[in-house]
Design a protein around this ligand. Structure first.
Ligand code: IMP
Ligand code: MG
Length: 183
């Protein structure tokens, strides 16, 4: 048992629920990518746990890439700029690209990343997100695949962090307000 359980308000999505949902979504991906070998891009660090489970649940062969990005700017669609601190190594020209993200919030990061990758002439670019907070969306982007839609709550675990903590929890939990309000 992890030690920081006292910081968790409640478990929002259990490890079993996540595993069951990933199985379902993997089956949809297998259908959509039948006969293809997409390049799956893990968006570090938040997606690393989801990525590991998803690629193993898929029957479709995938090539693995890793990227570290964040968006900054005034928060509007047009001014949201992308900061890339780690780029992929492979050439994605004429390849099918599947971006694997932990959570789409404002959507600025995925909006900018999708546009950037589309500039490299891939055959296709799709986004799969473990979580989606549609009520927070400001950018014109919707993930092609979503495992769970959630309310506007700050969540941690299963890769997601608050100040680099809680990524190693096996479930998605809601963080106690007292944890971030004291900082
Ligand atoms: P956005 O969609 O560009 O606003 O940013 C999405 C990124 O913000 C995600 O990849 C996460 O790193 C982070 N993020 C947004 N909401 C949460 C949350 O509830 N918990 C942890 N990280 C979050
Ligand atoms: Mg992220």
């Amino acid at each position: 048992m992890k030690e920081n359980l006292a910081d968790i308000e409640r478990i929002l999505i259990s490890a079993d629920q996540i595993a069951a949902r990933i199985k379902e979504v993997a089956a949809v991906l297998d259908k959509d990518y039948a006969g293809k070998t997409p390049i799956a891009i893990c968006i570090l660090k938040g997606s690393v746990v989801f990525f590991g489970d998803l690629i193993r649940a898929m029957e479709t062969p995938v090539e693995l890439e890793f990227m570290k990005v964040s968006s900054y700017g005034a928060g509007t669609v047009s001014s949201g700029k992308l900061s890339v601190s780690l780029d992929i190594l492979s050439n994605i020209q004429n390849r099918d690209v599947l971006i694997v993200e932990d959570i789409v919030d404002s959507g600025n990061t995925m909006y900018a990343l999708k546009r950037m990758l589309e500039g490299r002439s891939p055959a296709s670019v799709r986004i799969i997100s473990l979580l989606d907070k549609p009520s927070r969306r400001t950018a014109d982007i919707t993930p092609d695949y979503t495992c769970f839609e959630i309310e506007d709550e700050f969540v941690i675990g299963y890769g997601l962090d608050y100040g680099e903590k809680y990524r190693d929890l096996p479930y998605v939990g809601i963080l106690k307000r007292s944890v971030y309000e004291q900082n």
